[in-house]
Design a binder for this molecule. Structure first.
Ligand code: BUP
Length: 459
């Protein structure tokens, strides 16, 4: 009999930064004739997540969907954090066992489960009971993945994060400057820390770790981790990025798209800090001054709360009317969701000021758009270092590491000019884009890795 394509169930965890790569991979698998079941936790944290899942399903009628109710966490049970995304990670882990009956009765039978790093520990036993392989999907850089994988070892030695040392060392890879370590990691009792450490301990049970990165972007880290120098019990790390986007081009109904159409090539700075980062109102004002001082055209996506449902402030409350007035021909400030994909693909976009969420980094890499890294928290400082080293952008460390307090409009303006005028950087970034294209093209390194996994899973 001829082998038939595998049936793969995918379980993302909370936040657009996690959902997006899963939907992209689900789309790629579906277009390679796999049967795909998308599992989502309900209720979702942000409105963006539920609307993207509905949109994805409407575009992919063959994809099956399992929605499962998570057992909510008691508000008082996690005194270390009130972050709704972290609480949802925890609730999802506690609820995953509820999925067992529907996964066991899947038709055709499941060939594998691809689940998020954040639910690795609770999914490992489910996959084992079903007798199928579990692949973990890591939604961050390989460098930050190494930090998470090694976290249990670091936590077992109280001096790992001592401020006397200015860096954290992990065997085989370049050291992490202490300020790039998320502060939560220094507290073993923090919910985020304990979730990650628990997930890391389960990694060795996975068949492989699929990663949205590519060999040319993080060559040394990938080589180190895959040769067992970081930890000797990790499964293969499988770089399959940058993931292809499935989102079809948006209708020109958003006013910023026709506006972009009328701007010269590579003339516009795109500014976004991702779906869950809000700058302080003082920093927002300085950024507005910086954009204006730079003299460059800009498209700025402004967020004022961690969860989109809470974002109620209006532009006129955040920015001076005179600024909006003076810059009305030079720039656009947008509230709400934009199609970042369309913006980065647009020929008028010439630079990207970003918080360095990993999806944003990979999207800029695909297009070879130079970045000004301005990380805010989590994995973002480590990601900033990675993209700088790969030649995709520049990073002013002292902004990020709070040495400056508020970053002034004057400094921001100067950096924007540097971003937009550095021809060497533009050339290097373009090269990153070419390498990304090679990796995902037919016979490219990332494409081959994914093909091999799917061949292995054929039934
Ligand atoms: Br905001 C925003 N439009 O308006 P990251 C984001 N995106 O398309 P994050 C839009 O959401 P984590 C918007 O292209 C990317 O694919 C963007 O993921 C898209 O950052 C995704 O860049 C955002 O990883 O997540 O949201 O901060 O904290 O998990 O990294």
């Amino acid at each position: 009999t001829t082998a038939s394509p595998p049936h793969i169930a995918l379980l993302p965890s909370a936040g657009m930064g996690h959902l997006t790569p899963f939907l992209r991979l689900a789309s790629m698998l579906s277009s390679r004739s796999c049967t795909v079941t998308l599992i989502t936790a309900s209720p979702s944290v942000s409105a963006a997540e539920s609307s993207h899942v509905s949109f994805f399903l409407s575009q992919h009628p063959l994809v099956k969907h399992i929605e499962f109710q998570v057992i909510p966490s008691k508000p008082s049970s996690n005194p270390t954090t009130d972050d709704p995304f972290f609480l949802q990670f925890e609730a999802t882990n506690r609820s995953v066992h509820l999925l067992y009956p529907s996964l066991a009765s899947a038709s055709p039978p499941l060939s594998a489960i691809f689940s998020d790093f954040a639910v690795a520990s609770s999914f490992a036993p489910v996959a084992a009971d079903l007798g199928i392989p579990n692949y973990i999907i890591s939604t961050t850089s390989c460098k930050f993945f190494c930090l998470m994988a090694y976290l249990p070892v670091l936590l077992s030695d109280p001096s790992s994060f001592s401020s006397g040392l200015n860096e954290v060392n992990i065997p085989g890879i370049t050291p992490f400057p202490l300020p790039s370590i998320p502060p939560e990691f220094k507290n073993p009792n923090h919910l985020f820390t304990s979730l990650i450490a628990t997930s890391s301990q389960a990694l060795s049970k996975a068949k492989g770790i699929l990663m949205n990165t590519f060999d040319d972007f993080e060559p040394e880290t990938l080589a180190a981790v895959n040769s067992g120098r970081v930890l000797d019990n990790l499964p293969p790390i499988l770089p399959i990025g940058p993931l292809e986007t499935f989102e079809p081009k948006k209708e020109q109904d958003q006013s910023y798209l026709p506006w972009l159409d009328s701007q010269p090539a590579e003339s516009v700075v795109y500014v976004s800090f991702g779906s869950r980062t809000a700058l302080s109102s003082a920093q927002i004002r300085e950024l507005s001054k910086g954009l204006e001082r730079s003299g460059y055209r800009f498209l700025w996506v402004l967020k004022t709360s961690k969860v989109d449902k809470d974002d109620k402030e209006e532009l006129k409350d955040l920015l001076e009317e005179s600024f909006l007035d003076r810059t009305k021909n030079k720039g656009r400030v947008v509230k709400g969701w934009v199609s970042q994909q369309d913006i980065l693909e647009h020929p008028a976009t010439g630079g990207f000021i970003s918080h360095c969420g990993w999806n944003s980094v990979m999207e800029a890499a695909r297009k070879g758009i130079p970045m000004l890294a301005w990380p805010q928290h989590g994995d973002q400082s480590v990601n900033a270092e990675v993209l700088e080293k790969a030649g995709l952008g520049i990073w002013e460390r002292k902004w990020d590491w709070g040495l400056e307090g508020l970053v002034s409009g004057e400094e921001i303006g100067k950096k924007i000019v540097e971003l937009m005028e550095d021809e060497k950087l533009r050339g290097l970034a373009r090269k990153v884009g070419e390498n990304a294209g090679k990796a995902t093209g037919i016979g490219g390194k990332s494409e081959k890795v994914l093909t091999e996994v799917l061949e292995y899973l054929e039934q």
